[in-house]
Write a protein that binds this ligand. Structure first.
Ligand code: AMP
Ligand code: ZN
Length: 301
């Protein structure tokens, strides 16, 4: 198999793009897809400052490396959740990566915020993955606003995005469907949230990470029973195998034509936001935001 661009021996074949690439041309293909994703959805410009949430996984590390190679102004953010057997290793990977590539890195530890995840798991009888996700999003937003960043980027890829879209569609969840896409947020009190890898699949990102020699953290979280949307991702994978390119079509079609249909939102989702008494974050919960309630519950004997 020959590279479509330079006719050298190919190392990656992509059926969805009906193409094969050598290592050099594959990196250029990946870069082009990231750039198209950013420009077409107006995610951010070269004059803006982007905070990139780094989990230690291949997606977010590939993302920050590619953005920095393209000359974007990036800073990494790692949230240390204090999960035994997972967080310290991931943190080490992120720290070594940022040192090696001379990237700025901010580290926040949830224990310092009164939000130690193992303690929450022990004391509060709530699904830990959803609490943990909530805390991460809260800290992403707070750090982006506090540091004066223009956008907060995560490593979500096309597989993550199409699985979420599929899930929202199966439920015809109007409020979620109107609030999905590679660029969100920017109401008062919320930072712009962007997903520059939205055009690239997990497989394509994994190839990039491999070719770039990225060391990443892949131990699953001990608190989680597995990746989210596993079943839906499997179904979409089978669809893609039978009809290459359908995943990107599905998502792009939604962005171009589907999303506007839900833009009015659903009845009942026009909740009023007011600042949390404790931390000032916008909340529809009334007096205290969800995160400050968790803190309070932890402090109650
Ligand atoms: P996940 O929900 O674990 O699939 O992660 C989705 C994205 O959230 C990743 O690509 C990262 O950008 C970000 N992320 C997840 N966990 C962390 C963390 N502990 N610290 C910083 N960013 C994270
Ligand atoms: Zn609060």
């Amino acid at each position: 198999m020959k590279c479509r661009i330079c006719k050298a021996e190919a190392v990656v074949a992509l059926r969805s793009h009906n193409a094969a690439f050598c290592a050099t041309c594959y990196k250029a293909f990946f870069a082009r897809q990231v750039e198209r994703g950013i420009v077409s959805q107006h995610l951010f410009t070269h004059d803006e400052r982007v905070l990139v949430a780094l989990s230690g996984g291949k997606d977010s590390l590939s993302l920050v490396l590619e953005l920095s190679r393209q000359g974007y102004d990036v800073t990494g953010l790692y949230i240390d959740l204090g999960i035994p057997g997972s967080s310290a290793a991931a943190r080490g990977v992120v720290e070594r990566f940022c040192t090696r590539h001379a990237l700025r890195l901010i580290i926040k530890t949830t224990a310092d915020e009164g939000l130690h995840i193992p303690l929450i798991k022990e004391k509060l009888h709530r699904p830990i993955c959803s609490v943990c996700g909530k805390i991460k999003r809260y800290l992403f937003n707070r750090e982006a606003l506090a540091g004066g960043f223009d956008a907060l980027a995560t490593g979500h890829n096309l597989d993550d995005e199409t699985a979420r879209l599929f899930s929202n569609t199966l439920r015809w969840d109007g409020s979620y469907l109107s609030d999905q896409g590679p660029r969100l947020g920017e109401e008062p009190g919320f930072a712009r949230r962007v997903k520059p890898l939205w055009r690239l699949t997990e497989f394509e990102t994994a190839n990039y990470a491999f070719l770039m020699g990225i060391e990443h953290h892949y131990a699953p979280c001990p608190y989680s029973s597995g990746a989210s949307f596993t079943t839906l991702k499997g179904i979409l994978q089978r669809l893609e195998a039978a009809m290459p390119g359908r995943k990107l079509d599905f998502y792009q079609g939604f962005l171009q034509r589907g999303r506007t249909a839900f833009a009015q939102g659903s009845p009942g989702d026009d909740q009023q936001l007011a600042p949390c008494r404790q931390c000032g974050s916008p909340t529809s919960n009334g007096d205290l935001c969800g995160i400050c309630r968790i803190r309070e519950a932890l402090n109650t004997p």
